[in-house]
Design a protein around this ligand. Structure first.
Ligand SMILES: Cc1cc2nc3c(=O)[nH]c(=O)nc-3n(C[C@H](O)[C@H](O)[C@H](O)COP(=O)(O)OP(=O)(O)OC[C@H]3O[C@@H](n4cnc5c(N)ncnc54)[C@H](O)[C@@H]3O)c2cc1C
Length: 434
């Protein structure tokens, strides 16, 4: 099935359109085939190209490279994510392992942008976990205890401090972590495309339709050709399940976001001229909302079970209305018609929020399922799954493999029924902060 994306994502439309786009039009043999050209696939291809400059590496994507979730996300490179407090040392130990992976993710993206001198609006401004409900302070105090134990610099903030920093009175309580980074996701992924090594052959608009392995031969079928490869890496994240990869361990979730045009000088003054900031919700279904460095407001307040291959314009418009309401609730002084674009993107989830990083079979590897941490963890996992696929080890692989592994999921229709029910419940709990 073809992936049909909207062409309305502001991050992608900020970039100069690419030229010389090739799609697979013949039968080819390769040493390596990577499916999916987002942060994961591009990082795997970059690493393999460096390790084996004389081998043939093919990277394919069903749409234009980088125009899946990697070019459509909210741009938070996270040091921490919020869980509802911890009751046991085992939870704390798991959380520590999670943040060690986040930290490696931040380092690998930092190294990438330094090595290649990438301008992706990198801003080490930290991030807020905020809520409009004063009673949520309890959740944040629990979280603060965890962060203290693990040595993360953070502080709790109340309404006055927040309205000064964010330019909205909406939030009553927040926890600020210093280590979060905000960036332009489209610029980052574009840089990863631009620096692909010479021996990586990128084919776009080339969807993998089916694949099979007979003895040591992996054969992959595309609309206009076939690739026979020695090794394959699946980096299709929200589309892992549709290719039969770890099907009982991951499922796709569709998110939608909207972005305003840049605020005018008067509009910006009316909200107190705040510096760039990013807020994450305390509850999973609350809104992620961000002020960009060029004064645009981004909001993401949906996460749902939806056909991952397509969202129609009318479905997108419905979600966009909710996002306009979300902006209005926070910035009532701003005009109604400032939302410039809305878009959808597909991510992959596991039951216990753990990631997939695995040798599936001889010569077959997969990485994905990062929830809201794919910028850093996707880049890290891409590089490291390439190393794992060469049968080498690294200290990063040891850290990754010490994480809690994804747990089994029931088949459909039970899975969809359960996930939908859970999302409705979470949305109800977060209703004041959508
Ligand atoms: C709205 C939104 C907000 C988000 N916010 C954040 C955030 O703030 N911070 C953060 O860290 N993460 C965030 N995420 C998640 C993050 O974007 C992802 O975790 C990350 O992009 C995953 O990268 P990836 O390369 O693994 O997958 P993707 O970027 O999804 O790339 C997978 C690629 O595989 C291709 N593909 C699929 N099927 C096939 C096939 N059959 N044949 C060939 N190619 C195929 C797709 O076209 C796609 O380009 C957000 C995601 C969305 C949608």
């Amino acid at each position: 099935m073809n992936i049909v994306n909207d062409s309305t994502c502001s991050w992608i439309n900020d970039l100069t359109p690419r030229t010389s786009i090739k799609s697979l039009q013949s039968n080819e043999d390769s040493d390596w085939l990577i499916i999916g050209a987002g942060y994961t696939g591009l990082s795997a291809a970059r690493k393999l190209g460096q390790l084996y400059p004389n081998q043939k590496i093919i990277l394919v994507d069903a749409q234009l490279a980088g125009e899946g979730a990697s070019g459509r996300n909210s741009g938070y490179l996270v040091d921490t994510t919020l869980n509802d407090g911890f009751t046991s040392n085992k939870d704390l130990d798991n959380y520590k392992k999670k943040t060690e992976i986040y930290n490696l993710g931040i380092n690998v993206v930092k190294k990438f942008i330094n090595d290649y001198q990438v301008d992706c609006d990198w801003n080490e401004c930290g991030k807020y976990f905020a809520s409009s409900k004063k009673e949520d302070e309890k959740i944040l105090r629990n979280f603060s205890d965890t962060l203290k134990k693990l040595g993360f610099t953070h502080n709790l903030l109340s309404n006055n401090e927040l309205s000064k920093g964010l330019g909205t009175n909406f939030y009553n309580v927040a926890l600020y972590t210093k280590g979060g980074i905000l960036l332009h996701p489209g610029k980052l992924v574009r840089a990863m495309i631009d620096v692909l090594p010479k021996n990586v052959c990128l084919y776009e608009n080339s969807s993998l339709l089916s694949w099979s392995k007979t003895k040591d031969i992996i054969s992959c079928k595309f609309k206009n050709g076939r690739v026979i490869t020695k090794k394959i890496i699946f980096a299709t994240n929200g589309f892992l399940k549709s290719l039969g990869i770890k099907s009982n361990y991951n499922f796709p979730i569709t998110l939608t976001a909207s972005m305003t045009r840049p605020l005018t000088d008067d509009e910006f003054k009316s909200i107190g001229q705040p510096k760039e900031w990013g807020v994450l919700p305390i509850r999973p279904m609350g809104a992620t909302i961000r002020m960009t460095k060029d004064r645009r407001i981004l909001i993401r307040n949906t996460a749902e079970v939806h056909n991952p291959f397509k969202m129609t314009e009318s479905h997108l418009n419905k979600r966009s209305i909710n996002q306009k309401i979300g902006i209005k609730k926070r910035f009532p002084q701003l005009p109604e018609n400032i939302v410039k674009s809305s878009w959808s993107g597909v991510v992959s989830r596991t039951r216990n929020s753990s990631q997939i990083f695995e040798k599936i079979d001889n010569n077959i590897f997969a990485a994905g399922c990062y929830n809201g941490s794919g910028i850093g963890v996707g880049t890290l996992f891409g590089e490291q799954i390439a190393i794992k696929a060469t049968e080498e080890n690294s200290k990063e692989i040891k850290t990754i493999e010490a994480r809690r592994k994804p747990t089994w999921l029931p088949p459909n229709p039970f899975l969809n029924f359960g996930v939908k029910g859970r999302l409705i419940y979470e949305r109800f709990k977060a209703r004041s902060d959508i």
